[in-house]
Design a protein around this ligand. Structure first.
Ligand SMILES: [Fe+2]
Ligand SMILES: [Fe+2]
Length: 341
C-alpha cells in the first residue's frame, strides 16, 4: 500500500516537472485556493498580489512596453508575471514582508521582480568573440575533449533549431557558476577567510545565464520531452560538475571556459541564420530591452548579439580563474571581476 502511495507521489512530482501548471491540484495551485478561501481574513493578515511562478507577459512588443508597465500594476505592486490573472491571486501570510516600491527612470513602477534597475546594464559587444584558449597541459586537453564530446550530440539533436538549442543550452550554462559560487562560499565559511569577491562573481554569472533562459522563454516554450531532457541532464551535470569542482577547480573552470567558447560559437551560427533570413528576426521581448537597456525597437538579432557578448565575458572569467589555479595561486588572491559584462 505504502509503495503505491510512494509511486503516486513520484509520478506526481515528475508530472509537475515536465508540465508545470498541468494539474489543478499542484502544490502552488492548492496554496492559491487556500489563500482565496481565507481571504476573509483581510485586515488581520497581509495580502500581497504576488505570483512568483507566473510567467511574465513581456512577449508584447517593446514599444507597447511602457503602456503595459502602468496598466499591469494598478496597485503599484508589480509582479514578474504581470498579467491580470496573476494579479488577482493572493498570498496571505502573517509574515508578509512589505515589497519595496521601485520605479524606473521615468517614474513608472518597475515591472520585474526577478531583477532590479541597478542590475541592468549595457553589454560590451566590442569583446573579441573569436578568442580561444589553446589547450596545452593535460588538464586543458582533458577539459577541451570533454566539451567537444558534449558538443556533437547536442549539434546532432538540435541541428539548426537555434531557439530551442539556445534555451536548453542556458539550462546547463547556469549551473557551473552556482556550483562554483556555492563551493567557494562553503570554503570561505570553513576556513574563516575572504573569497576575493569570487563568490559574487560566479553567482552573478549564474544569474546572468538564468536571465538568458528567461529571455528565450519569452520567444519559445519547451516541449514535454525537452523538459524531460533538461530534468535528466541537470541531475547528471550538476552532480558531475560538483564533483569535478571539488576535485580540481582548475579543471572545472577550464571546462566552463570551453563550454562558453562553444556557446559563443553557437550564438554566432544563430546570428548568421538570422542575417540569412532563415530565422525570423522578431521584435525583442520587453524583458531583454529592460535587462540590457536596449533601444525600444530592438530585434532578436540585437538580443542574440548581447547574449553572445555575455558568453564571451563568462569565457574570459572562467579561463582566467583556471589560469590562476594553474599558476599555483588561489582565486581569493586576485580581485574577482565583479560586474564584468
Ligand atoms: Fe547564456
Ligand atoms: Fe555563459
Amino acid at each position: 500500500m505504502s509503495r503505491n502511495i510512494a509511486a503516486m507521489k513520484l509520478s506526481g512530482l515528475l508530472l509537475r516537472q515536465l508540465q508545470p501548471g498541468l494539474s489543478p491540484t499542484s502544490r502552488f495551485g492548492n496554496a492559491v485556493i487556500e489563500a482565496s478561501k481565507i481571504s476573509g481574513l483581510r485586515g488581520i493578515n497581509n495580502i500581497w498580489n504576488t505570483m512568483p511562478e507566473a510567467r511574465n507577459s513581456s512577449t508584447v512588443a517593446s514599444n507597447a512596453g511602457k503602456e503595459e508597465k502602468t496598466s499591469s500594476a494598478p496597485t503599484g505592486r508589480v509582479a514578474d508575471g504581470t498579467n491580470d490573472q496573476a494579479n488577482n491571486k493572493t498570498i496571505i501570510s502573517y509574515w508578509g514582508v512589505a515589497p519595496s516600491k521601485i520605479t524606473d527612470e521615468d517614474g513608472s513602477p518597475w515591472r520585474w521582480n526577478s531583477f532590479r534597475p541597478w542590475e541592468t546594464y549595457k553589454a560590451d559587444t566590442s569583446i573579441d568573440v573569436k578568442k580561444h584558449h589553446k589547450a596545452v597541459t593535460f588538464t586543458d586537453k582533458f577539459a577541451y575533449w570533454i566539451v567537444q564530446g558534449l558538443k556533437y550530440p547536442t549539434y546532432i539533436f538540435f541541428q539548426r533549431r537555434h531557439m530551442c538549442h539556445a534555451m536548453l543550452l542556458e539550462t546547463v550554462a547556469a549551473v557551473p557558476g552556482m556550483v562554483g559560487g556555492m563551493l567557494l562560499h562553503c570554503k570561505s565559511l570553513r576556513r574563516f577567510e575572504h573569497s576575493g569577491g569570487w563568490i559574487k562573481a560566479l553567482l552573478e554569472e549564474a544569474e546572468n545565464e538564468r536571465m538568458h533562459l528567461m529571455t528565450f522563454l519569452e520567444l519559445s516554450q519547451p516541449k514535454w520531452y525537452e523538459r524531460a531532457l533538461v530534468f535528466a541532464v541537470q541531475g547528471v551535470f550538476f552532480n558531475g560538475y560538483f564533483l569535478a569542482y571539488l576535485a580540481s577547480p582548475k579543471l572545472a573552470h577550464r571546462i566552463t571556459g570551453y563550454l562558453e567558447e562553444e556557446a559563443v560559437n553557437s550564438y554566432t551560427e544563430f546570428l548568421i541564420d538570422l542575417e540569412k533570413g532563415l530565422v525570423e528576426n522578431s521584435p525583442a521581448p520587453a524583458i531583454a530591452i529592460d535587462y540590457w537597456r536596449l533601444p525600444p525597437d530592438s530585434t532578436l538579432k540585437d538580443v542574440v548579439t548581447v547574449i553572445r557578448a555575455d558568453e564571451a565575458h563568462h569565457r574570459d572569467i572562467n579561463h582566467f580563474a583556471s589560469d590562476i589555479h594553474c599558476q599555483g595561486h588561489e582565486l581569493k588572491e586576485f580581485p574577482a571581476p565583479i560586474g564584468y559584462h
